[in-house]
Each structure stands twice: as C-alpha cells, then as structure tokens.
Ligand binder design. Structure first.
Ligand code: S3P
Length: 430
C-alpha cells in the first residue's frame, strides 16, 4: 500500500515507449499455448494482468520461459493441456478469466478459475450463458460471480448475438468455438476490439469476419508463431492527456498499437482540437502500429455516447479527468459497463474529481464533468479503489492542480503500467 505524491508540473517533454498491449499479450500467450511448436513473443506486456495469464497457462502444464518482455511458450496443441492441480488464479484480470473460461469449457478435465476480491465481484453470467448454450457445464457463485467451476465437455457451435458490447465475451465464445463441433459465430451490434480475430488468423486459423460478425470452425490446428506486441494505446492515453493539458509539452510515443477498433479515443480527442499526429504507420502480424506525436493545445470538450462509449471504454476515466481542463466539459453517456470494471469507475471518478474541487456528477450510466469555468483543481488525497486506471487518470489531473496530490495505493498501476510513475517523472519538467 504505497502512496505517491504528485506535484504541479510545467510540461511533459521527450519520447518514450509504453508497455506492450495488454489485450494482445493475453491473446498471443493463450494461442501460443494452444499451438503446435515453440512460439516467441517480444514486448510482452509487463502488466500484472498478463503475468496472471501466463501463470494460469503454467497451471495447465504449458511450458513458459519468461525473460522480462520476451516470452517463449512451448505449445501444448489444442488437446495437450493437463488438468490443473489447484484453482487457476486470474488475479485482477477479467480478460484472463473470461478468455480462459472459453478455452477450458472444451477440455476433457475439470478446472476452477478464481481471482482477487475485485474480480470475484465481476459479472460472469455474460460468458456462462453462451458457453452453456454450447453444451458447457459451468458452476458460478450466486449472482453469476467467480469462482467458476468448469467441467470440460464436448461443445457444439452456436450463433451468438452478444447482448452487451464486449470483446471479452466475443473472444471467450470464439476460443470455445475452436473446440466445438461445427462452426461458431459471434454477432455484435457494436464492433469491439478485434485482436482475437486478427491473432487467430496469424496462428493459421481460418476465421470469417464481416462487419460485426466472426465465425470459426472447430477442430483446427494452430501453428506456433514469433510475434511482437505493439505498445498499449490505453496506457499511452495517460501520457497523451498529460501532454495535452500542460503548456509547452511535446511528447513522442513510439510503436503504439493503432488497431482501428481501439483508436476511437484519438478521433474523439481530435474533435476536441487535440494536436495529435501519427507517423511511421506500419502493420505487423495484422496489428497496425505507429508513433504518436502530441503537444499542448486547448481542448473544447464534448460528449461521448452509444457505440463510441463502448469503443473507448478503457479510456473513459482519463477523458473524465480531462474534463475540468476543457472549455465546455465532458459528458460520458451510455457507460453502464463502467460500473462493473475493476471498480465502479463512474462512482470512483466522480468521488475523486470532487475531492480535487471539480463538481462532477454521476447518473446510472454515465457522468458529467464541468469545464474550465469550474475553477482550478487543488491537490487532495486520492483513493483509486484499487483500480489502475483511476490512479493514473487522477495522477495526470494532479500534474495540473494547485498544490500536492497524494495517490493512495499507487502500486495498483502495476495491473497495466508498472513503470507509470517513473515514466511520468522522467518526462515531467517542473
Ligand atoms: C478487453 C476488453 C474490454 C476492456 C478490457 C480488455 C479485452 O472489456 O475493458 O480492459 O482485452 O478483450 P469488455 O470486453 O468487458 O468490454
């Protein structure tokens, strides 16, 4: 439980890389484990969440060798996983639990997936329902909460229309589909991040994708690959926001993932007038990436709703914290999903913004944050409620507040961005 003090800063200058993309790292690790041969992943995310995925795979007798950001995985093949000797611990990671549940539903053994106290409060009915339709046998706690006891079964392909936009649910069903008879189709009303689809293709799985729909066939063979993970745009956003709000800032972020299902936040910032430029665009293993250049500039503010909200779900805490530095403020609508993230992010952002003197208001599926006319922010004690993105969003706001901000339980940033405070210190001019 460490505290971190944030003082007022003049600007953010220089260049850096951000940690490897968390979503892509999980997927590459899982697919290498199911592939034939030895696979290699460069720039694997240092996030605690991605370490949880590797630990769970090791619990299934997959051989993993890790040297920092370089990971080697000896593929077990689709049917080579072994029954775990103990519950598999997904830690704080919803992606680990939901994706692995899909994979485990098709095994010939029983397994238990559990997690930390935050994850054990997060809804799993959204994956239990489609997996049960495929013939899986899964027992959850009351209310559809973890731990999940998964008794592997013979699955049958289904066509599933996701009731909420969720890449985790889509990916869970597609991974189960690899074990199912016939074909499995997921239909989404909002196209969520498509890293699973792109990764499956890289591993040699034929996957048919049209807008809002993905289909895989069961019983295929995956080939081990050598892959490099791009930087995580959802982590980069905290540094981008800091550069935008501190006068005199000039920042360059190298090799950041720019998959179009993730870049809605950059488009939204651009509509607010943010001076952001992308250079060096390239695509590796089906994942676009490039360098992001950003400097300080005034922001108009605006409102996010509908499909846009879903497409920048992880960036909404940072957008909310940018609100008080914009001309008109920020409104975030249709964001009920924020209530069931690592913490209730609507409540956590409104509470912490109020602590620094911002008159933010919540409603059941969103929040509003007034703009600059609300006056300057003052330093305060921040309680991120164990949520990495709340801690980072409030730390960035603290750079532009009067006086000192204390982020309690600051180590929670390690869930996605372990070096966050050091990176911020290095780039900050006071
Ligand atoms: C993720 C999907 C999103 C996102 C999470 C990572 C993924 O969750 O919030 O941080 O890697 O698939 P949902 O699928 O619940 O929207």
């Amino acid at each position: 439980m460490s505290d971190r003090k944030i003082g007022a800063a003049r600007s953010l200058r220089g260049q850096t890389n951000v940690p490897g993309d968390k979503s892509i790292s999980h997927r590459y690790a899982i697919l290498e484990a199911l592939a034939e041969g030895e696979g290699e992943i460069e720039n694997y995310s240092p996030a605690a969440d991605c370490a949880s995925t590797l630990a769970c795979l090791e619990g299934l007798s997959v051989r993993v060798k890790r040297d920092g950001r370089h990971v080697r995985i000896q593929g077990a093949g689709l049917h080579g996983l072994r029954a775990p000797g103990a519950p598999l611990d997904a830690g704080n990671s919803g992606t680990t639990m939901r994706l692995l549940a899909g994979m485990l539903a098709g095994q010939s053994f029983e397994s238990v997936l559990t997690g930390d106290s935050s994850l054990r409060r997060r809804p799993m009915r959204r994956i239990v329902d489609p997996l049960t339709k495929m013939g899986a046998s899964i027992q959850a706690e009351e209310g559809g909460l973890p731990p999940l006891r998964i008794c592997g079964s013979q699955l049958a392909g289904i066509r599933y229309e996701t009731p909420i936009p969720s890449a985790q649910v889509k990916s869970c069903v597609l991974l189960a589909g690899l074990y199912a008879s016939g074909s499995t189709t997921v239909v989404e009303s909002v196209a969520t991040r498509d890293h699973t689809e792109r990764a499956l293709e890289e591993f040699g799985v034929r996957i048919a994708c049209t807008s809002g729909m993905a289909t895989v066939a069961g019983g295929v063979r995956l080939e081990a690959r050598s892959l490099e993970v791009p930087g995580d745009l959802s982590s980069a956003v905290f540094l981008i926001a800091a550069a935008l709000l501190l006068p005199g800032s000039e920042l360059r972020l190298n090799n950041v993932g720019l998959n179009p299902t993730r870049t809605a936040v950059l488009d939204f910032l651009a509509t607010m007038g943010a001076p952001i430029r992308i250079t060096g665009r390239r695509t590796l293993a089906g994942e676009p990436r490039g360098d992001i250049e950003v400097h300080h500039g005034p922001l108009t503010g605006g409102s996010v709703s509908g499909a846009e909200t879903a497409r920048m779900i992880d960036e909404l805490p940072m957008l909310a914290a940018l609100g008080p530095f914009t001309e008109r403020g920020i409104a975030i609508l249709d964001a009920r999903e924020l209530r069931v993230k690592e913490t209730d992010r609507i409540a956590a952002m409104v509470d912490n913004l109020r602590r620094v003197g911002v008159d933010a208001e919540s409603f059941p599926d969103g929040l509003t944050v007034p703009g600059r006319s609300g006056g300057p922010l003052h330093g305060a004690e921040i309680d991120p409620r164990g949520d990495h993105r709340i801690a980072m969003a409030m730390a960035v706001a603290g750079l532009a507040a009067e006086g000192e901000t204390t982020i309690h339980d600051a180590d929670c940033v390690g869930v996605s961005f372990p070096g966050f405070f050091d990176t911020l210190d290095r780039l900050t001019e006071r």
